[in-house]
Design a binder for this molecule. Structure first.
Ligand SMILES: Cc1ncc(COP(=O)(O)O)c(C=O)c1O
Length: 520
């Protein structure tokens, strides 16, 4: 029972409840008082990054050896700035997260507002109010077959949910995935990964995952006819290979899956929300998956979040009785910050007309890249769609360039692309991506806020890099001494005659010959 005294403290009507607007967080004072701010400023420009020791020592070493050593201290839209004030054009975008650019003010404002409201969060016994709003919008753009949304914390968690639901609904064991696929790094997702190099160390992978060749409908039909396939999972444009899967193949796959009782899962973790020029690439292709996963861009680059759009009948089967409510649950999935980031992201992307901008800017880049391919014979082809483009390289007919390419590829099949990547970074201050292990390709994921000037700068810079490689400054030198020395060791074992040209190209001396005294 409430005492009279207590009741004085409790607002009698919602209008009087000022705690929603002025909770404790709003009393923090100005930004300068924040302890975390001081701590971050202390370490931001320090060369002693603890993460280099404790979090990502190998990855950071790799970039360091390649001379990619900028310390980024600020980010906005399509740019990053290092501690010397240099501006970098970010066409890597956190691996596809920053579709609307970095540190978007509307996202920051929304997150700040929600934090100051002292809202209930993760109550478990209440459905989160914000999640309903996000789900409603996702279902509007997702397609009429979807009526439910399951939230997650990452792309790979979405993959797990979709595969698990497919098993649950079909009672079958097997999954089909495409060669060249990537669906995340948890166990089932890795078992459906189309790159052996990435699966190293997880063996035994799930034994019930079978790769099929994109476009090979006869093979798919054979596999589905066996009647034991729970799900066929695919990316409409593959994140690693950059290849757009043939829409005709996917439409036929949909028909076959229906015929054989297999669940069709579209992984739009990377392609979703406008990246390829449509809200969802599968919908534009005329494909109706039973489940669709999306993540990266949904976060607004601020709070991790993933969503699985689910067909009503599948949902009903997974949650088919009164006590099945907890058949799936993920502690943090619908947290207020993630839902706020997602909701605001969807609004901002709509305001920006992200799909239309991605199409227009992507077409412009594609045209520019195809022009470069006409001029520079080391470009093999350009794959992808919208603002998700991958440039594949091949051996040039130019004798000097070809000689260096041969040396590089003896060390690693993707080494020439790595040289392009490093050159773009070091000389042109552009961040791009090496898409997958061993692929001789670079990939770009520009944000929709990239300006015309940015697009031209990228195309001009890539041309500079390639032109340089045909001239005196070949790709080997651009990779940097550290990488080449490491590669030279590897190549030297296989192709000893490669050593002198590699060393000459870099101006590395052959090293002092050690005379081993007899008896030592
Ligand atoms: C198509 C696709 N699916 C799944 C994932 C995994 O997402 P996450 O890294 O958020 O787990 C990725 C990540 O790159 C992806 O590109």
């Amino acid at each position: 029972m409430m005492h009279d005294d207590d009741s004085n403290d409790v607002p009698s009507t919602p209008e009087e409840d000022t705690t929603l607007e002025t909770g404790p967080l709003s009393d923090l004072g100005d930004e300068g008082d924040s302890a975390i701010r001081d701590r971050i400023e202390d370490v931001l420009t320090s060369s002693d990054h603890k993460a280099k020791r404790h979090v990502h020592p190998r990855l950071m070493k790799m970039f360091e050896v390649a001379g990619m050593t900028a310390s980024f201290v600020r980010a906005e839209g399509q740019y990053l700035w290092d501690d010397e004030g240099n501006r970098f054009l970010d066409f890597l975008g956190g691996g596809g997260v920053y579709l609307m650019g970095r540190n978007h003010p509307q996202i920051h404002r929304a997150l700040g507002d929600v934090l100051t409201m002292n809202l209930p969060n993760l109550t478990v016994v209440n459905a989160s109010v914000l999640s309903g709003l996000v789900a409603e919008r996702l279902l509007e753009i997702g397609g009429p077959q979807f009526s439910k949304v399951v939230f997650a914390n990452s792309g790979t968690e979405c993959t797990e949910v979709a595969l698990r639901f497919a098993r649950n609904v079909t009672g079958r064991r097997r999954f089909l995935y495409l060669e060249g696929a990537f669906h995340g790094r948890t166990y089932a997702a890795m078992s459906c990964c189309g790159f052996d190099q990435l699966r190293a160390g997880i063996d035994p992978a799930l034994p019930t995952c079978t790769p099929v060749q994109p476009g090979n409908i006869a093979q798919l039909r054979r596999e589905l006819r066996m009647g034991d396939v729970a799900a066929f999972i695919f990316e409409p444009v593959q994140g690693m290979t950059g290849q757009r899967v043939d829409p005709g193949y996917l439409r036929e796959a949909e028909t076959l899956c229906k015929e054989h009782g297999t669940i069709l899962v579209a992984d739009e973790v990377q392609t979703g929300l406008g990246r390829t020029g449509a809200w969802f690439a599968t919908r534009e292709m005329g494909v109706r998956p039973d489940m669709l996963t999306t993540s990266k861009a949904l976060s607004g680059g601020a709070v991790p979040v993933g969503a699985v759009l689910v067909d009503e009948t599948i949902y009903d089967k997974v949650f088919s009785g009164f006590s099945t409510g907890l058949n799936h649950f993920s502690t943090f999935a619908e947290n207020n910050l993630a839902m706020t980031a997602a909701l605001t992201t969807l609004e901002v992307l709509e305001e920006l007309d992200a799909p239309a901008q991605a199409k227009e800017k992507g077409d412009y880049l594609l045209e520019g890249l195809l022009d470069l391919a006409d001029k520079y014979d080391c470009i093999d082809h350009v794959a992808g769609r919208g603002l998700m483009l991958t440039v594949y390289f091949k051996e040039s007919a130019s004798p000097t360039l070809m000689a260096q390419q041969k040396l590089l590829s003896a060390a690693d099949s993707g080494a020439f692309a790595a040289a392009v990547h490093v050159d773009l970074y070091k000389k042109q201050r552009i961040l791009a991506q090496i898409p997958g292990p061993g692929l001789n390709a670079i990939k770009i994921l520009p944000p929709v806020v990239a300006s015309q000037e940015d697009l031209d700068y990228f195309l001009g810079s890539l041309e500079d890099t390639l032109a340089g490689f045909y001239g005196r400054q070949g790709p080997i030198a651009s990779l940097g001494r550290g990488v080449v020395e490491t590669a030279a060791k590897a190549v030297g074992g296989v192709v000893p005659q490669a050593m002198p040209p590699l060393q000459r190209a870099l101006g590395i001396s052959g090293g002092e010959k050690k005379t081993v005294k007899p008896g030592n």
